[in-house]
Each structure stands twice: as structure tokens, then as C-alpha cells.
Design a protein around this ligand. Structure first.
Ligand code: HEC
Length: 196
């Protein structure tokens, strides 16, 4: 069982407990009535957690969630598949593929001295986390006719791990995406738990 499955189970349990116990009962039990006026903001916080749990259970973790949980160590293992074609050190030479130092946030197909496919040069934009995830899932889907002849990484966790490693190939790694509470889901769950 991998950690995401475990996570899901924990989320489901948390959700079940919270729903069974009732958010109102929970806040009342913890904060009693003398804290009446303070109870509301705390209730919202608990409900937000339930909302996140509900979304994670329903849709699986987002890329931001995956990146927040990914480890550079695991990334190193996955990167063994890339090393035949890519160096990762600052100023490292280009092999079959371009050197990957500072690749996160770099303009696609822009490294001086590497001869990219015209497909890659025409793709445009910077390597965001989303784009790296899409490219590494199936390079030929994201950039049809790319020169990168690599089948892709099917497992979202492998992609998150290797992207976390790519991010570390920099003196100033760019910020990870924020793990956000989805606003709609939060409202929905709030309505459900408050019974409005
Ligand atoms: C068989 C060789 C090969 C393997 C294996 C390979 N790549 Fe590549 N990679 C390339 C080539 C060639 C390009 C240039 C693609 C083009 O110009 O269309 C590239 C491009 C890239 C780019 C875009 C770089 C830029 O400057 O725009 C990234 C990011 C990348 N590879 C990451 C990876 C990762 C991560 C792995 C391992 C999971 C990997 N590659 C495995 C050959 C490879």
C-alpha cells in the first residue's frame, strides 16, 4: 500500500468521524458554551479541513498536494531513467538531451547550444510545474514530435518526485504551488455540515 492510499484511508476515516460526531457537537465539546462567540471561526477551520479531505477522497490529490508530499530521495531513484540523456549539474554538458540545471521556470527549448526539435522550440512558455507534469507523463502527447524519446512516467507520484528533484537543480528553487482549499468544495461542505 503506498502512502497516498494510506492517506486516502486516513482522510476517509477523519471524514467519517467528523460527520458522525457532527461538527457542532465537536466544537461544542471542545470549546463549551462559555466560548460561544469564539466557536464560529474554529468551526470554519474544521469544516475547511473536512472540505479538503472530501476533495482528496473524491478526486485524488492535486499536483500541488503531490509536490508537497514528494521527496527528493525518491526523485533521485526516478532520475536514473533520465541520466542516460540528461546532466543536472550547473554548467553540465548536453548529452542526447539538454542539461537540466535551472530547468524549472526556464523557457521551453531555450538552452543555448542545444539543438531542440522545432516542435519544442515552437511550444512556447516556461516550464511550470503543470507543464513538466504533463510533459513527463507522456512527452509525445504534450509536445508532439519532440526529440525526447522517452515513454513517460505513468505514476503521478514518480512524476512529482522527479519534478521535486528538478526543482532542486537550482541555487534559488522557485516556490512550490500553494496547497489551496478549493473554495467551492469548502462552501458545499459548510452547507452540508451546518444543515442550511
Ligand atoms: C532517450 C533520451 C532521453 C531520456 C531518457 C529523457 N530525456 Fe528529457 N529530453 C531529451 C531530449 C532529446 C530533449 C529535447 C526534446 C526536444 O527538443 O524536443 C529533452 C527535453 C527535456 C526537457 C525540456 C528541457 C528544456 O530545456 O526545454 C525536460 C524538462 C526533460 N527532458 C526532462 C527529462 C526527465 C525528468 C527525464 C526522466 C524522467 C527525461 N527527460 C528522460 C532526451 C531524453
Amino acid at each position: 500500500m503506498n502512502s497516498f492510499e494510506l492517506n486516502k484511508i486516513v482522510m476517509v476515516l477523519l471524514l467519517t468521524v467528523l460527520v458522525l460526531f457532527g461538527i457542532n457537537g465537536l466544537t461544542a465539546a471542545i470549546f463549551e458554551d462559555e466560548h460561544g462567540p469564539n466557536a464560529f471561526p474554529i468551526e470554519v477551520e474544521v469544516a475547511d479541513e473536512v472540505a479538503v479531505a472530501a476533495v482528496v477522497v473524491e478526486q485524488g490529490p492535486s499536483l500541488a498536494d503531490m509536490l508537497a508530499m514528494a521527496s527528493v530521495d525518491k526523485g533521485q531513484k526516478v532520475f536514473k531513467k533520465c541520466k542516460a540523456c540528461h546532466t543536472s549539474d550547473n554548467g553540465g554538458k548536453n548529452l542526447v538531451g539538454p542539461n537540466l540545471w535551472n530547468v524549472v521556470g526556464r523557457t521551453k527549448g531555450s538552452l543555448e547550444g542545444f539543438s531542440y526539435s522545432s516542435a519544442m522550440k515552437a511550444k512556447g512558455g516556461d516550464w511550470s510545474y503543470e507543464d513538466l507534469d504533463a510533459f513527463l507523463k507522456k512527452p509525445g502527447n504534450f509536445v508532439p514530435k519532440t526529440k525526447m524519446s522517452f515513454a513517460g512516467l505513468k505514476k503521478p507520484a514518480d512524476r512529482a518526485a522527479v519534478i521535486t528533484l528538478l526543482r532542486s537543480f537550482s541555487d534559488a528553487p522557485i516556490a512550490l504551488p500553494a496547497v489551496a482549499v478549493p473554495a467551492e468544495a469548502s462552501e458545499e461542505v459548510l452547507e452540508e455540515v451546518s444543515g442550511d
